[in-house]
Design a protein around this ligand. Structure first.
Ligand code: PLP
Length: 411
């Protein structure tokens, strides 16, 4: 599928089975369990000999339809939908990590991902090795035979750091470690993770995909490109299932046991979200780029951080990976924490709220909110500045947004 025919393609993905009422939208199958004609049909379904649904914690027709669409857009081997982005991340690592293993990542991470790694995973004997993923040497020297994955965010939130995926995927392949990437910040209608050597993609579908902040959700997109005989925990399974061992472990054990499958009503909303994803993403990213340029002209703004700006340190790698308008999130620095609070309080159109990629524009002061429970030392290590505002750009016009920002800065 190419960019031009995103909607033509997406809007015409058929149902797996004909709908009895010829409904145009995939119905919401709010069912818990599914009935069988005979005991042997039941046995076949439960033992995986047929793909019939049995119980909605495991599979559900509405959720599966959503997964099928994402699979076709991304070209993945398999897609698993969870009930949040965090559930997607935790299900991946619960499937591949083991006591004594380590995860290679950067300290520039979404707050809960950081906490999941350093608090939750650490308690199970998994070591978290923070390194500079934009530095090849530093990345290489941290990897050893117990590394279960390299994990990164494609544009870190909110530091806006961009690692070179061609370098990281080359290291990952050479050292037999899967490359796992959180691509929440750039829509998969534009960014094709498969072409960048990503083995497993995770997404908070709460953001762009949900279609205007309708629902919380997460996706695990498995490209089946990694040889799992190289992972100590999955190597037995991989003798039989080869590159599908991760998917087998996830679908037959982990996601069932953790019980965080997507709700069918969420899948319904997010399927509709997919239909306008590309349009929204293009418009929001273009507005964000234009706003970033205009913000640079304002005297009270000390720094604008958007990787689409030619003077941004990650401009070149960002263009190569994400094109001219790299997403709808930017940050900018004012003179102080007080100036940030004053700015937020003065806003009239832009909403004071967390979340990203709602249809409405949202502004937040990350240091005092998302990172409010972290110590100053931790915030420093994560490069979270007290002077930074994060802006998620919605569907409003660029002129109206710029006017609101100017008046809030008393300019
Ligand atoms: C929001 C977010 C998450 C977590 O997703 P939830 O759906 O809120 O659980 C993970 N990674 C990134 C980059 C995010 O922005």
């Amino acid at each position: 599928m190419n960019d031009l025919d995103y909607e033509d393609y997406l809007l015409n993905i058929p149902y797996p089975k004909p709908d009895v009422y010829s409904s145009l939208a995939m119905p919401v199958y709010n069912a818990v369990a599914y009935e069988f004609k005979t005991a042997s049909d039941m046995e076949a379904a439960f033992c995986g000999k047929t793909t019939d649904h049995t119980y909605s914690r495991i599979t559900n027709p509405t959720v599966q339809y959503f997964e099928e669409r994402v699979k076709q857009i991304t070209g993945a081997f398999n897609v698993t939908s969870l009930n949040s982005g965090m559930a997607a991340i935790s299900n991946v690592f619960m499937s591949i990590a083991y006591a004594g293993s380590n995860i290679i990542t950067s300290s520039h991470l979404f707050g809960n991902t950081y906490s999941f790694f350093v608090n939750t995973m650490k308690a199970f004997g998994v070591e978290i090795r923070f390194c500079d993923l934009t530095n090849e040497e530093d990345t290489r020297k941290n990897i050893d035979e117990n590394t279960c994955g390299i994990f990164l965010e494609i544009i870190t939130n909110p530091q806006m750091e961009v690692a070179d995926l061609s370098i990281l995927s080359a290291i990952a392949q050479e050292m037999n470690v899967p490359l796992i990437v959180d691509t929440t910040i750039i829509s998969f209608s534009t960014f094709k993770a498969k072409n960048f050597g990503v083995d497993i993609e995770v997404i908070s579908s709460t953001k762009y995909v949900s279609g205007g902040a309708t629902s919380v959700g997460g996706l695990i997109i498995d490209y089946a490109t990694f040889d799992w005989t190289k992972n100590k925990r999955l190597s037995e399974l991989a003798k039989e299932h080869k590159n599908h061992a991760f998917n087998f472990k996830l679908r037959k054990e982990i996601h069932r046991n953790l019980g965080a499958y997507m709700d069918p009503r969420t899948a319904y909303l997010q399927t509709i979200g997919l239909e306008t994803l590309h349009l929204r993403y293009e418009r929001q990213s273009q507005t964000c780029f234009e706003l970033a340029k205009r913000l640079q002209t304002l005297s009270r703004v000390e720094l604008v951080n958007y990787t689409g700006l030619p003077d941004n340190p990650y401009y070149e790698v960002s263009c190569r990976q994400f094109g001219e308008n790299p997403g709808a999130m930017l940050t900018f620095d004012l003179s102080s924490r007080e100036a940030c609070f004053q700015f937020l309080d003065n806003l009239k159109m832009i909403r004071r709220a967390t979340n990203l990629f709602d249809n409405k524009s949202l502004a937040i002061h990350p240091a005092s909110t998302i990172y409010g429970n972290f110590s100053q030392t931790q915030r420093d290590a994560m490069n979270i500045s007290d002077k930074t505002i994060r802006l998620s750009v919605g569907l409003e016009s660029v002129n109206a947004l710029f006017e609101d920002i100017k008046q809030a800065l008393q300019l």
